[in-house]
Design a protein around this ligand. Structure first.
Ligand SMILES: [Ca+2]
Ligand SMILES: [Ca+2]
Length: 139
């Protein structure tokens, strides 16, 4: 191979590596399960982390997969913006519990990261967290 051909080969190799690195950004839940008691003023926090580099800011929706306003009150969805850059960014979203009058067993809800917009460089790598509102038989 001539030195010119080697140079071209190196440039191709480096640009492919750069594309791979650029796609390496991830957004994910830090927990897989969370439990919370159903009492007045109780709440829980879902932690989300972004790793890897993104050139533009992104937005992401954090929400239960079904409408569960009766158990969580409002707002029951949250949208967050994550700024461009290379830093590891972690943020918590806090959710309030509605203390209803119904005696219940454990109530399980799935919360999801979705609707990622603003960049093709990011993948959602842990999209689901299971939230359990613990049984409160005395309503
Ligand atoms: Ca309930
Ligand atoms: Ca209840």
């Amino acid at each position: 191979m001539s030195s010119g051909a080697i140079m071209i080969w190196l440039v191709v190799l480096l640009s492919q590596t750069a594309i791979l690195l650029a796609q390496d950004a991830q957004v994910f839940f830090l927990q897989t399960t969370v439990s919370v008691e159903e009492t007045n003023d109780s709440s829980f926090t879902l932690n989300v982390r972004k790793t890897g580099n993104i050139d533009t800011s992104i937005t992401i929706l954090i929400a239960p997969i079904e409408n569960i306003q009766s158990d969580f009150g409002v707002p029951y969805t949250q949208t967050r913006e994550i700024s461009a850059g290379n830093e590891v960014e972690t943020f918590g979203t806090t959710w309030n519990i509605r203390n209803d009058d119904i005696p219940e067993g454990d109530e399980v809800f799935i919360f999801e990261l979705s609707d990622l917009s603003g960049s093709e460089q990011v993948v959602i790598s842990q999209a689901i967290v299971r939230v359990t509102i613990l049984a409160n038989d005395d309503a």
